[in-house]
Design a protein around this ligand. Structure first.
Ligand SMILES: *Cc1c(COP(=O)(O)O)cnc(C)c1O
Length: 424
């Protein structure tokens, strides 16, 4: 059933029919979601898989409580960052042995960026995006300082409205750091095409996959990319604070020197030698003891991903965002001026849609009170993430109805909706 031809004639029954025909609809049962909530923020914190609590309980009572220190071997604790990395690999087009868990994405980006700059000695420029999630830029500042040898490395920033990548690339650029899907607008880069452009200038590329892993099929090896990092608590549903991951193309494993040289990245950690010697493969990007309770949450969520076809996820994601955009176009923009900033062209769109509204913060707070949870990104964007495993077409319909009601009633003007929490 196609959405576009019936653009103006969509009704709730159409959405129910789309849900009936949806091959991913049964996946929703594998998550716990409150009955009175439409959750459109899984791009920020994924929903709770139904079996995660039992898995954590087992890790705590059996592996920790009974197994105690024996679990480092018997429950495979020491190998977890690698074995779980191997389960993330198929989601990003990586091979077995190319992915390892890290700490936070910020820390993994630092690891990757230091390694990449060192692989291009003599080149003194880092290219990044002005609109990137700020932690990426903040971490790169530390890299500029650290590897500059007294004079910080130069930073060149590109943006969707220019300067373009072509304009800033030259033989002084060591590394280009890009996020595949923009956290604010949902704009998506073509990994293969951009990687080719970066390589043609002799530089390396680091992809941040935070807003794309689990939402779009990714093929890092087909693109011959160099490094990638990403979160697991967004579309992958690993749980609050679940660990990041880092990927390095196998061709860099022997030569990449990570920033943080901890004992878990050592070639023989239990020799307890005085000097550092990096592990041969991707494990050299490990640092210290993994946060095993958070790792257990991620491991549980990957049980779901093992059964998921990402092509179906992408198809449904595009239909959900397309449905949302067309309902906004027909019902909201003409009356209240609220407008999407997300690309219309499907190849350039991730799995989220953002709308611009001057009082976006208050509008979103009022919407959340109505049970539709999205979020707000300064200065004026309200953002909706569409997670095909547990978002239905009817959810999209009901969310637009609720937003229409909030705008129509102007309830968002009540002063309580203007009060800001620490986290927006
Ligand atoms: C969510 C996100 C992060 C999060 O970084 P943490 O260090 O895990 O808090 C980083 N980069 C991007 C692009 C993100 O979207």
């Amino acid at each position: 059933m196609s959405i576009t031809p019936t653009r103006t004639a969509i009704d709730r029954a159409t959405c129910l029919a789309l849900d009936d025909a949806d091959p991913l609809a049964p996946m929703r049962e594998r998550f716990v979601l409150p009955d009175d909530v439409i959750y459109l923020d899984g791009n920020s914190l994924g929903a709770l898989p139904r079996h995660t609590a039992a898995r954590l309980e087992q890790v705590i009572t059996e592996e920790w409580g009974t197994g105690l220190i024996r679990s480092w071997n018997e429950a495979g604790w020491f190998a977890k960052p690698r074995t779980i990395g191997d389960r993330i690999a198929p989601l990003i087009g990586a091979d077995v042995g190319e992915v390892v868990l890290g700490d936070s994405t910020s820390a993994s980006l630092f690891q990757a960026a230091v390694a990449a700059v060192r692989l291009r000695p003599g080149r003194r420029v880092i290219v990044a995006e002005r609109g990137n999630f700020p932690t990426d830029l903040y971490m790169l500042e530390a890299v500029q300082e650290l590897l500059g040898g007294g004079v910080p490395l130069e930073r060149r920033l590109i943006a969707d409205d220019g300067p373009t990548l072509d304009e800033v690339l030259d033989d002084r650029v060591a590394v280009v750091v890009l996020t595949q899907v923009d956290y604010r607008t949902g704009r998506m880069h073509d990994i293969a095409e951009v990687t080719r452009t970066v390589h043609a200038a002799g530089a390396l590329v680091i992809w941040d996959l935070c807003h794309s892993v689990g939402a779009v099929p990714i093929d890092l090896n087909a693109a011959e990319a160099d490094f990638a990092v990403g979160c697991t608590y967004k579309y992958l549903n690993g749980g609050p604070g679940s660990p990041s991951f880092i990927w390095a193309a196998a061709r860099h494993h022997g030569t990449a020197r990570p920033a943080l040289t901890g004992w878990h990245g050592h070639a023989r950690p239990f020799d307890f030698t005085v000097d550092y010697a990096p592990a041969a493969g991707i494990e050299r990007f490990r640092v210290g003891t993994p946060q095993l309770l958070s790792v257990a949450g991620l491991e549980a969520s990957l049980d779901i991903w093992d059964d998921v076809d990402l092509t179906l996820v992408r198809e449904k994601s595009l239909r959900l965002t397309e449905l949302f955009l067309s309902l906004v176009d027909t019902r909201l923009t003409p009356r209240w001026g609220i407008e999407p900033v997300t690309p219309r062209e499907s190849a350039r769109r991730g799995s989220q849609v953002s709308l611009r509204h001057e009082d976006g913060y208050a509008v979103m707070q009022a919407l959340i009170e109505r049970g539709v949870i999205g979020d707000f990104r300064a200065p004026d964007l309200i953002r909706f993430g569409f997670t095909p495993l547990y978002t239905s077409y009817t959810d999209v319909w009901d969310a637009v109805e609720a937003l229409e009601d909030v705008l129509h009633s102007e309830i968002w003007r009540e002063p309580r909706f203007a009060r800001r929490g620490t986290v927006t």
